[in-house]
Design a protein around this ligand. Structure first.
Ligand SMILES: [Zn+2]
Length: 443
């Protein structure tokens, strides 16, 4: 058994407690005690410890675009052209190196589980690799080497737009039809710290009659099912024109929504969309740092939650990788829109970043500091210039509204230390690894 002693820990409904002993047996928490003295031999976690953070929506290779895509004017669609230029160049080896370094950056930011929304499956001309899941396997192995959990959300991607053929690098994304997608995905073999889930890329990329096999695949395995929806008004318009339904209505009609489903973005869910996402108890993953970078708009997070949807958070395009920044943006964007403060409690946003995020990725036994749960936790320093002055009674608020990824000091995943004193114990110099990996894939 291993023992950890946290000066302070955020214990969900029990708030922030002092003197918290976490007993860990193997990869799980055996017991959590509060108000305790530090046991002899326990590893001291200086600062505020919280459950590991879940990054519920990631495209690892977009990390290479940071800075480049901020250089010029444009829209989501011009950004997508830049993104495709990188997608065109990746091989299983260069993708592995880039994903490993990106997941290592996530670990340094306190993220212990990533939902990787994966659609870059095949060779440049669309033919499968000899090993059909070469790209997916590269991502699974990258997460393993970076020491974090992964749910590989393998995305079905069949068309280049609503009723449009595939073009350019999109040919790398397609399996031809949903049956062949299911066949390939069924062959993925995740290890103990990995899961495989399903994704429908979007109503743009999967025609309605091809959604059924993806829904069935996920249902048979009780696996998570994720789908991009209504990030852009243009998607709403073309969907409405083609099918006479909004994207959310179309997904509802095809049986896609439900508690295992995550609607990613839902920035413009349109009339009725909020009620449908809420009534079906779907998760909604908002990615505010990406949505603001792309000029998407502000999603109706509070209204969705009030209707019954569960909020989760993702860094998506990795304009930055900082789940605290995603969390506070939910509240702060709402303030800008409504000209009022106080829509979300810090504890609700932390739940989105921890327990609810993990559940949406198929890890209901992670994201909580509780007996029996997976021993995944993150400690944020309270003696950095940014966090100094934080007292226990305001620690949750300081965390959500001021902490940054750079304040993360220790990270434990499955009972194993991954980050100590801000240093990645498995990967070493993450900056150098990112530099190399990005240099190798940028045009
Ligand atoms: Zn995305």
């Amino acid at each position: 058994m291993t023992q950890y002693y946290a000066d302070l820990a955020w214990l969900g409904a029990n708030g922030v407690q002092a003197g918290v002993v976490i007993d860990v047996d193997g990869e799980r928490i055996r017991e959590v005690r509060t108000g305790a003295e530090a046991p002899a031999g326990a590893t001291h976690l200086r600062g505020l410890t919280l459950p590991g953070l879940a990054n519920s929506h990631s495209h690892a290779f977009h990390r290479a675009l940071r800075g480049h895509v901020q250089r010029r004017r444009g829209s989501f669609w011009t950004w997508r052209d830049d993104m495709y230029a990188v997608a065109e160049r990746l091989t299983p080896d260069t993708y592995h190196a880039l994903a490993l370094a990106t997941y290592a950056e996530m670990a340094l930011a306190g993220i212990t589980c990533v939902g990787e929304f994966h659609y870059l499956h095949h060779t440049g001309d669309g033919a499968p690799y000899g090993e059909a899941n070469a790209m997916g396997d590269a991502l699974l192995d990258a997460a393993r080497q970076a020491g974090i959990r992964i749910t590989l959300l393998d995305a079905c991607y069949l068309s280049g737009g609503v009723d449009a053929p595939l073009a350019g690098p999109q040919r790398r994304f397609s399996d031809g039809n949903a049956e062949r997608w299911a066949e390939r995905v069924s062959a993925l073999k995740p290890d103990g710290r990995a899961r495989v889930g399903a994704a429908i890329h979007s109503v743009r990329a999967v025609p309605p009659h091809e959604m059924g096999p993806v829904v069935a695949w996920a249902a048979e395995r009780e696996a998570p099912l994720h789908v991009h929806v209504s990030e852009q008004r243009a998607e709403n318009e073309s969907c409405q024109q083609m099918y006479g339904l909004s994207p959310v209505q179309l997904l509802e009609e095809r049986g896609v929504l439900g508690p295992r489903t995550t609607a990613v973005h839902a920035t413009h869910p349109q009339v009725g969309g909020i009620a449908l996402l809420g009534a079906s108890q779907s998760n909604v993953c908002m990615c505010p740092t990406t949505e603001r970078d792309l000029g998407d708009g502000i999603g109706p997070a509070r209204r969705l939650a009030r209707a019954g949807a569960k909020l989760t958070l993702g860094s998506d395009s990795h304009a930055v990788i900082d789940i605290f920044e995603e969390a506070r943006a939910i509240e702060l964007d709402e303030r800008l829109r409504t000209e009022r403060r106080g829509h979300w409690e810090a504890a609700e946003l932390l739940a989105a970043a921890t327990y609810d995020g993990h559940s949406s990725l198929g890890w209901p036994d992670a994201g909580r500091l509780d007996a029996g749960c997976l021993a995944d936790f993150t400690t944020v320093a309270l003696d950095t210039p940014r966090m100094a002055g934080t007292r226990p009674e305001i620690a949750a608020e300081a965390l959500v509204f001021a902490a940054s990824a750079a304040d993360v000091r220790h990270v434990v995943v499955g009972g194993r230390e991954v980050v100590r004193d801000g240093y990645h114990l498995l990967v070493g110099d993450v900056g150098t690894k990112l530099n190399r990996a990005i240099r190798d894939v940028m045009p």
